[in-house]
Design a protein around this ligand. Structure first.
Ligand code: SF4
Length: 372
């Protein structure tokens, strides 16, 4: 497949400065306060939430249940534009769309929307860049520009949900049913904004998009304190631990946060997450040729997972999507098959993860780096 530039979205000129206050950043009390300052009664919060989360609109003309004189002001004050599309790449079948956005301060983010026969999945970004410095990752090479606000995350979801609903992915309209925090950044390093966004995703309409928590996946490179905090939230999202190596010697090199929390500590935290939530944890493992794809590493991974019990974990090996100019590349398919075979032989449920979008710079950060 070849990717094509997609001119469908209007371009907005990026503005300088921090993200302005947005409805999706505010809790119930703050929304009422904001409305009071605008001379509006508190019950407008529910009307605005219905337009935003249920109707997926920020267009004042759609808000006919609000007083005509106040609509434009309310939208300008509470729904300022946060994301300006820069580039959109679409696979020829129209079913995978990658969008690069500029934020108000010029920072960049990317997200990927993938359509399946019965659903659509969005891969969202939680930080502009990433400070975790994994050497095989395009985003890691950029460093961290800044954390996204909750509304900057939620807006990615609203725009994608609208595109899926309106059928702009090609074929029949579908419902955005799954969101994975696997775009740019380490979600648990931007904990508060990510959790505000997760609540907006999983709260029933009109206070949120009404997604099932099990259809929301938060990935982490292994921030143990963040995993434990997430376990206590009472929102049983799926946790994906990006492990990439079962031994500290290698993981210290390819996942630098391992210097702070070792493999065993990260796996213990993942197991605690399962105990607290009942949600089976995904172990993400980017298969990198001659780096981490050895049979003995598959054996060690299986041993460490089995040592922590049965039925709590699922492994997703992912053929590495190489960054242009990088020495890191995907494992040979035969090596990949052997890695999977060993895990399964030890009773570990294992599924090769879909690499949809790899032909449109699908690995997180690739489009943003090109744009730079
Ligand atoms: S792999 Fe994930 S945690 Fe590591 S640098 Fe890339 S975005 Fe950050």
């Amino acid at each position: 497949m070849t990717a094509t530039e997609h001119p469908r979205l209007p371009m907005l000129a990026p503005r300088r400065g921090k993200p302005p206050r947005h409805f999706a950043d505010l809790d119930a009390v703050e929304r009422k306060d904001a409305l009071k300052q605008l001379g509006q009664p508190g019950f407008r919060a529910k009307q605005l939430a219905t337009h935003y989360y249920d109707h997926l609109t920020v267009d004042a003309d759609d808000m006919t249940d609000l007083p005509a004189a106040a609509r434009e002001d309310l939208v300008a004050e509470l729904f300022p534009p946060l994301l300006s599309p820069v580039t959109q790449l679409v696979t020829p079948d129209g079913e995978t769309v990658k969008t690069l956005f500029t934020l108000v301060d010029g920072a960049k983010l990317e997200c990927v929307l993938m359509k399946y026969p019965d659903r659509a999945t969005l891969c969202v970004t939680s930080q502009a860049g990433c400070g975790m410095a994994c050497p095989f990752c395009a985003t890691g090479q950029m460093g961290l520009t800044r954390n996204l606000s909750a509304a900057e995350i939620v807006e990615q979801v609203r725009l994608a949900a609208r595109a899926a609903r309106d059928g702009s992915l090609g074929g029949d309209p579908v419902r955005l049913s799954n969101v994975v925090f696997m775009g740019m950044g380490e979600p648990l390093a931007n904990y508060n904004a990510v959790m505000t966004a997760v609540r907006a995703l999983t709260s029933p309409a009109p206070e949120g998009f009404g997604l099932s928590a099990r259809h929301v996946t938060v990935s982490t490179v292994g921030l143990v304190t963040g995993i434990d905090r997430l376990a206590g939230e009472g929102i049983p999202v799926t946790l994906a631990l990006s492990l990439h190596a079962p031994d500290d010697e290698l993981r210290d090199e390819i996942v630098p946060i391992n210097a702070r929390w070792k493999v065993d500590e990260a796996l213990d935290a993942a197991r605690r997450y399962f105990d607290a939530t009942g949600r089976r944890v995904s172990i993400e493992y980017a298969l990198i040729r001659n780096i981490n794809d050895h049979a003995h590493r598959a054996e060690l991974l299986a041993k460490k997972l089995r040592a922590r019990g049965d039925g709590w974990v699922h492994v997703n090996p992912i053929p590495l999507n190489p960054t242009p100019g990088s020495k890191w590349t995907a494992s040979d398919p035969a090596v990949e098959r052997e890695f999977v075979r060993i895990l399964r032989m030890h009773g570990i449920p294992t599924t090769i993860r879909d690499t949809r979008g790899s032909d449109i710079d699908g690995a997180c950060g690739q489009l943003a780096i090109k744009e730079r």
